[in-house]
Design a protein around this ligand. Sequence first.
Ligand SMILES: C[S@@+](CC[C@H](N)C(=O)[O-])C[C@H]1O[C@@H](n2cnc3c(N)ncnc32)[C@H](O)[C@@H]1O
Length: 289
Amino acid sequence: MPDPSSLRRATKASSMVSMADKDYRRFSEFIHAECGIKLPVSKKTMVEARLQKRLRVLGLSSFREYNEFIFSPSGLSEELSHLIDAITTNTTEFFRESKHFDIMNQTVLPHFLASRGLAHPVRVWSAGCSSGEEPYTLAMVLSEFAERTPGFRFSIMATDISSQILEKARRAIYPEDRVAGMSHDLKRKYLLRSKDRSKKLVRIAPALRERISFSHLNFMEEFSFKDPMDIIFCRNVMIYFDRATQETLLNKFCRQLRAGGHLFIGHSESLTGMDLPLQQVSPTVYRRV
Ligand SMILES: C[S@@+](CC[C@H](N)C(=O)[O-])C[C@H]1O[C@@H](n2cnc3c(N)ncnc32)[C@H](O)[C@@H]1O
């Protein structure tokens, strides 16, 4: 006899509304132009699954109706942020690709101090910050460095295209198991436990939350900052873009990065063959020339 959970899954899959190939092509071209994300036909089932809830919320019974809605002028302004929230992949974790934080401590921050001294705060950007684990990790690493280096100051900007995920990042509340790998010392210094222990939640301490300014930013738009960045983390974001979009974005990052500043990319991303003013420091860390 099939087990009840596989029956439930099968029923759910068969009740899922699907999108005609022609509609999917139009939809994926739109997403590519709007936020850079490539959605080949192999992603169609995933896209359909992620958008079922939007159809339900809007009371629509087909993707044809959904597409008509989003391609109408008023529909687009109402739906775009929900659509982006549904389409983006937000997987992240604290101390993800932890070697990067060793490189920060051993190479990047000493290089910053040697070239810029203590007169200026180091300006760090977590670009594509998702629910906040990356910028809060950076805040912990930089706070620890500051404790060992009197006079060292830093500021962190964290941005994402998804408003919903930014809300989560600002709230800074995480299930306990997300911080299980963190040292006892870091937990004691930077995390608060929920008063109701049965909830098994932690919150980032206010002193650390205050170190980060979160804002909405779509990489497909033009952006420029008053002061250049010293360090940019853009990890596991460009993997969703095609090569031309990646190269355009990387050139934009280079324009915001101070000469001698550093760019960190994800371990499965590569800049090979691109014409960029960057010099490799380690496989996924680059210095602006
Ligand atoms: C997989 S998460 C990576 C989070 C974090 N950087 C890490 O490595 O753990 C990718 C993030 O990029 C964001 N993103 C996708 N397209 C974007 C765009 N066009 N502009 C800005 N952010 C975007 C998504 O919303 C998502 O939160």
